[in-house]
Ligand binder design. Structure first.
Ligand code: ATP
Ligand code: MG
Length: 332
């Protein structure tokens, strides 16, 4: 069953320098029990999409269009207090920097208990026990529930936030770059934690990350974003093995090198687009080696490929795929 349904979402920021069209016509769905990844370079609109879902956009942001439904409920129509309940009980958020989610003057155990007791009728004693259990689940010493946030390392603090996010058995966990800035070993442990807990609680995951190896390890389905639009979406294994959008190929460092200097596959050259005006054509056109005249004038729709249950926004999918396959064959 569909848990989260985002349909044609567009978000604009009004800044001193004018409007930024940061998310444009983004659609995707997450089914029960599915781990879903949103990927793409910096500034592609991943966090903005997550914040729109969570209702955490700043005041100068405007959802221009689209629907966001969670189990059929219209999230855009929630009152602040309804949203508050939903956020803890059904959708949990693990932000990029743990420190943002924690109160520096309260022990972490007290914060977890408060989260539980605000939303559930449980005794102090039960809430305490639950906090200790959660600590154990995320691999922290339960005797440290009485410590303050600053007494933990970055990686441990991130686990505290994960423990807190899971306190109420949410149906969907949204994690925005939960391991960025942590060392690789800690990253692995945290990803293992999230997966283990998620398996135990049978929740779905929306994982935002630019790390394709983490996605390959943890997620079932994904969307690749660029310039606020979805370039490609589908099953992770298909998409990473057979990227059909030139941008996805670039992310994978699997760009067929067109200058033919023997490099074979290279990373995507160039810079992300300006989003201050809605561009005609494909947002990736200025950087795309496969671009044709059509790409400069007509925005490609996200269209179902006739195979692999994959959707791609590109006018030149066939040509790009053919060249990628040739380059791959040549380099093996
Ligand atoms: P990153 O990988 O760096 O986290 P992202 O994919 O999460 O990037 P967003 O943070 O959603 O990207 O940003 C998308 C665009 O919106 C960027 O051009 C960014 O500068 C702009 N933007 C994001 N937050 C704000 C804000 N609060 N005010 C104005 N513009 C913003
Ligand atoms: Mg972000």
């Amino acid at each position: 069953m569909t848990l989260l349904d985002v349909d044609d979402l567009s978000v604009r920021y009004d800044t001193r320098d004018g409007a930024l069209h940061s998310v444009n016509d983004v659609s995707f769905t997450i089914d029960d029990g599915v781990n879903y990844a949103l990927s793409g370079e910096s500034a592609s609109g991943k966090s903005t999409t997550a914040k729109a879902i969570l209702g955490l956009l700043p005041d100068h942001a405007e959802i221009e269009a689209g629907t966001i439904e969670f189990e059929g409920r219209d999230l855009r129509a929630l009152t602040p207090s309804e949203r508050q309940d939903l956020l803890w009980e059904e959708i949990a958020f693990i932000p990029q920097t743990a420190i943002d989610a924690l109160d520096p003057v309260m022990t972490v155990g007290a914060q977890i208990r408060q989260a539980i007791q605000t939303h559930r009728e449980v005794s102090e004693r039960k809430a305490r026990r639950r906090a200790r259990e959660l600590f154990e689940t995320v691999g922290l010493d339960p005797d440290r529930v009485g410590d303050y946030p600053h007494q933990f390392s970055d990686g441990m603090r991130q686990r505290v936030v994960i423990a807190m996010a899971l306190a109420l058995d949410p149906k969907l966990v949204i994690a925005d770059e939960p391991t960025t800035g942590l060392d690789v070993i800690v990253q692995d442990k945290i990803i293992d934690n999230i997966l283990q807990i998620q398996e135990e609680t049978d929740s779905s995951l929306l994982l935002i990350t630019h790390d394709l190896s983490v996605i390959a390890e943890t997620c079932d389905e994904m969307s690749v974003m660029y310039g606020g639009t979805v370039m490609e979406q589908g099953r992770v294994e298909n998409l990473l093995l057979n990227p059909s959008n030139p941008y996805t190929m670039g992310l994978k460092n699997a760009f067929p090198a067109l200058d033919d200097d023997g490099d074979g596959l290279v990373s995507v050259p160039g810079k992300p687009p300006q989003l201050d005006e809605k561009l005609a054509g494909c947002v990736f056109e200025p950087r795309c080696p496969f671009a044709s005249d059509e790409c400069a004038t007509t925005t490609p729709d996200l269209e179902e490929l006739p195979y692999r249950n994959q959707r791609v926004a590109c006018h030149n999918t066939d040509r790009a795929n053919r060249m990628r396959e040739e380059a791959e064959t040549a380099s093996t």
